[in-house]
Design a protein. Structure first.
Length: 149
């Protein structure tokens, strides 16, 4: 293979790979948004949660697709350099960050939208409040203070 044909093949495969990655991210996020939207209800809290999930899906798609499209642009514009490696290598971290952020936000979103009472926290607060005693006394200035011990 000649260097010119190798370059042409490399440009085509890199463009297909990064372009299809961006297209898949967009299609997956659009499908998620459609599924989430179809589960809307008359409850305000449910709709609020669904709106947050849609926002997460859109933000993830923007970040990962931007890395993939920037890879294609830099590879074609500055062929022969390694500028395209910056978004190409960063895309793996962007995927990991998006997954970890969704996983960590799930707990917070669940707590915000959960009506159940956490009995273990309630019992802990109850035990500590019954074990504390209020003491009253006068300090050096002659004023009476009340503090929990």
């Amino acid at each position: 293979m000649t260097p010119a044909s190798q370059a042409k093949l490399l440009k085509a495969t890199t463009s297909i790979q990064s372009g299809s990655s961006a297209l898949c991210d967009i299609l997956i996020s659009a499908t998620l948004c459609w599924i989430f939207h179809s589960h809307r209800s008359t409850l305000k809290r449910t709709n609020s949660l669904i709106s947050k999930l849609i926002l997460y899906a859109i933000n993830r798609a923007i970040a990962t697709s931007l890395c993939a499209l920037l890879t294609v642009f830099l590879f074609r514009k500055f062929y022969g350099t390694y500028y395209f490696k910056i978004p190409f290598l960063a895309s793996a971290q962007v995927y990991v960050i998006s997954v970890v952020s969704v996983l960590t936000s799930r707990k917070r979103m669940r707590e915000e939208h959960d009506n159940t009472i956490n009995l273990s926290a309630f019992m802990r607060e109850n035990l500590t409040s019954t074990q504390k005693s209020d003491t009253a006394g006068a300090d050096d200035s002659g004023t009476t203070t009340v503090q929990a011990v």
